[in-house]
Design a protein around this ligand. Structure first.
Ligand code: UDX
Length: 455
């Protein structure tokens, strides 16, 4: 039996590349050879963001294929990206696999594809290669997607995912309640994009439903009633970089590690960590209100301001803001987030509730302040604030703005709530247990590894 060789292929977005890279590192630790396939565009970003000394020193072989979009086209237009990727990538992927398999080196023995890349599962099936589909977010959302035909049948949504009946639905009594006018695909501006995303989610789900393995970055104990609704889905998370953080993480921006030294100088449990992941854009007025809110709290804060966070362009801060907060605020454009969240100085996490950020905050036992932006993030917020009760929601005012006073009040409330902190620590213990020896996620991952080694 030769060495197992997995080809991993994420959807081309930051929140998808990172967890699949983490899974790839785990498999490499188990003796797998890994070929990690990004799109050309993402590959270039990942290589550019890697520190020079680690460019050639990692256990994962990075390759790339085209995504079908022009060099200048906006990859944040998700509807277009979905369309181009599914039209263009299958033939390139097939060519790549054949090239590897004919090279005389280790043949590809399994394909692990993001579930949003159903195309790769189809290619694997065509070539007779064992496949695993990887779902990067919560199992509840996947259960909802499986039930799309039922929702259409019941007249809740139409065949394009548009709401026909406004109601609150709950797939099981311990899962979050969902408003049928705010389903994950409804968070996009134009109805056309909403429909494209809706169809992509369902088509991809159909494409992978018979995959040999269905894996997800969650753990059984935080959403047990979602698994009976997801036949054969195995939670293997929370996937974290752990000690692998010094190597390849798959960042699209270069990490600014100066914030770790800064954190070392702050008292324990004193810093608000503010980060909105890779995709969120705040209108300039909202960005200013948040800045003034952080100032108003009087607390220390570490704020990730991506180069395109404020209205998609370089941020302009309120007059004099940076000087006024210089002694207690640190701003970076991209942080080593997992290390930040694990730092004893962190008191709470103001987050857009991306699933990776949610899993990371939960694994570090940090209380949350929820500021969701799109897609699954509203559902993740419900998990955090209503189901697990480890954080609070930030609410908008009548003008749709989260005001500086709301920021200040909720920061005070979450920091003063001992029960939230206790529950966050309990969930941290559960997360630790699931990925330790004998834990539920470890067991699932080991079953997958053994099966793939045996093929
Ligand atoms: C998106 C969706 O929001 C998410 O819900 C979905 O499941 C996957 O794709 P994104 O918006 O980027 O991802 O958020 P998130 O899922 O939180 O992923 C962001 C990742 O970037 C996290 O792993 C986080 O640790 C990392 N990050 C973020 C950094 O390393 N540094 C930063 O400064 C900010």
């Amino acid at each position: 039996m030769g060495r197992p060789h997995a080809l991993a292929i994420p959807f081309p977005a930051q929140g998808h590349v990172i967890p699949l890279m983490e899974l790839s590192h785990c498999l490499a630790d188990h003796g797998f050879k890994i070929t990690f396939v990004n799109t050309d565009f993402i590959h270039e970003r990942v290589m550019k963001a890697l520190p020079d000394d680690s460019k050639n020193k990692n256990q994962i072989h990075l390759v790339s294929i085209p995504d079908g979009m022009g060099p200048e086209e906006d990859r944040n237009q998700l509807g277009k990206l979905f369309e181009c990727v599914s039209r263009t990538m299958p033939s390139y992927l097939e060519e790549l696999i054949e090239e590897v398999n004919e090279s005389g080196k280790d043949k590809i023995t399994c394909i692990i594809a993001d579930e949003h890349m159903g195309l790769a599962v189809k290619v694997a099936k065509k070539l007779g290669i064992p496949q695993a589909a990887f779902w990067p977010t919560n199992a509840c959302l996947r259960a909802l997607i499986i039930r799309i035909p039922e929702l259409i049948e019941a007249g809740v949504i139409d065949a394009n995912g548009m709401t026909r009946k406004q109601e609150m639905i709950q797939l099981s009594s311990t899962l979050p309640v969902m408003d049928t006018t705010k389903l994950p695909w409804h968070c996009f501006d134009s109805p056309m994009v909403q429909q494209t995303i809706f169809h992509s989610l369902f088509t991809n789900n159909q494409a992978v439903k018979d995959a040999d393995w269905l894996l997800c970055n969650s753990f059984y104990e935080i959403e047990p009633s979602a698994y009976p609704l997801n036949p054969n889905l195995l939670p293997i998370g929370p996937l974290l970089a752990g000690s692998r953080q010094r190597q390849l993480v798959g960042n699209f921006w270069q990490e600014d590690s100066t914030c770790l030294n800064w954190l070392n100088q702050q008292p324990a449990c004193s810093v608000i960590y503010v980060s909105f992941g890779s995709f969120t854009v705040l209108e300039e007025s909202q960005f200013h209100e948040l800045a003034l809110g952080l100032e108003l709290t009087g607390h220390r804060f570490l704020w990730v301001v991506r180069p395109d966070l404020s209205a998609g362009q370089a941020a302009t801060y309120p007059d004099g803001f940076q000087a006024r907060v210089a002694d207690r605020g640190k701003i970076v454009s991209w942080a080593p987030q997992q290390k930040v969240l694990a730092h004893p100085s962190i008191a709470c996490f103001m987050t857009h509730c991306g699933w990776n950020s949610t899993m990371e905050g939960l694994s570090m036992g940090v209380p949350f302040l929820c500021w969701p932006y799109f897609a699954d993030q509203f559902l993740n917020q419900s998990y955090i604030s209503d189901v697990w009760k480890v954080g609070l929601r930030l609410n908008s005012d009548d003008n749709g703005i989260i005001s500086r006073e709301e920021v200040k009040n909720k920061v005070e409330e979450v920091l003063g709530d001992e029960k939230i902190r206790e529950r966050a620590l309990t969930l941290k213990e559960m997360a630790d247990k699931s990925v330790s020896q004998g834990g539920s996620s470890t067991k699932n991952l080991n079953d997958f590894v053994e099966a793939m080694k045996g093929k």
